[in-house]
Design a protein around this ligand. Structure first.
Ligand code: ATP
Length: 207
């Protein structure tokens, strides 16, 4: 089974590409979603976070109070490290479980969609890194359009991540998503076809 690590900067188009990969029938592990679930109300992850950070970071509904946690870790690097370690461990376990299940089910390929794939060293766990690349200008435009983020906030988030040029060094395949989405999706389909060979199209999900 080929393990593909899908990554890219903020608003580069990872979710758009991973939706197409799912449509083509590939199993996709969504690290963002799993990390949210890792600290869901009542979870073991949330218990560990409470143990590490102390009481006072839960809402009345028993959920993680993300605003309070964000304010804490903004100034407290040790707390940030503790939180990241707990979540990272859970996401890692879930990813391993996901890959084991995909192998058991004889999938020819599986995708790990991980925004910080390279920063976290996960590029060593995959067979190939697929990088969705767009210019910084386009990232800013799309992030602002999508969620109404202020330009300065987008720029700060981009600056906190590894640069696109640095990420390119690790990428086996680069999808330039600066242009028309249809062109990117066509390039994605070509690449999936190349990997799956005669398996291509067998598991495609019809809309
Ligand atoms: P993040 O990691 O920040 O959540 P992402 O990398 O998953 O973002 P998407 O959510 O797929 O990125 O795309 C960001 C926005 O850009 C979305 O609103 C999406 O519809 C839009 N978009 C994606 N590709 C293109 C494209 N080629 N042209 C124009 N808009 C695009």
């Amino acid at each position: 089974m080929v393990v593909i690590g899908l990554t890219g900067g903020i608003a580069s188009g990872k979710s758009t590409v991973s939706a197409e990969l799912r449509r083509l029938g590939l199993p996709v592990f969504d690290a963002d979603e799993v990390s949210r679930q890792a600290v869901a109300a009542g979870s073991e992850g949330l218990r560990l976070v409470r143990q590490a950070l102390g009481d006072g970071y839960l809402t009345e509904a028993g959920e993680l109070d993300r605003e309070k946690v964000a304010a804490l870790v903004f100034n407290d690097k040790e707390a940030l490290k503790k939180l990241e370690t707990i979540i990272h461990q859970i996401v890692l376990q879930e990813a391993e479980l996901f890959l084991a299940t995909c192998r058991q089910q004889n999938y020819p390929a599986a995708v790990l969609d991980v925004p910080l794939l390279i920063e976290c060293g996960w590029h060593k766990k995959v067979d190939v890194v697929w990088l969705v690349a767009v210019s910084v200008q386009e990232q800013i435009k799309r992030a602002m359009l999508r969620s109404g983020m202020a330009e300065a906030d987008v720029r700060n988030r981009i600056a906190a991540q590894m640069s696109l040029e640095a990420k390119k060094q690790y990428a086996g395949v680069i999808f330039d998503n600066s242009g028309e989405l249809q062109d990117t999706l066509e390039a994605v389909r070509r690449e999936v076809k190349r990997i799956l060979g005669e398996d291509f199209g067998r598991q495609e999900k019809k809309n």
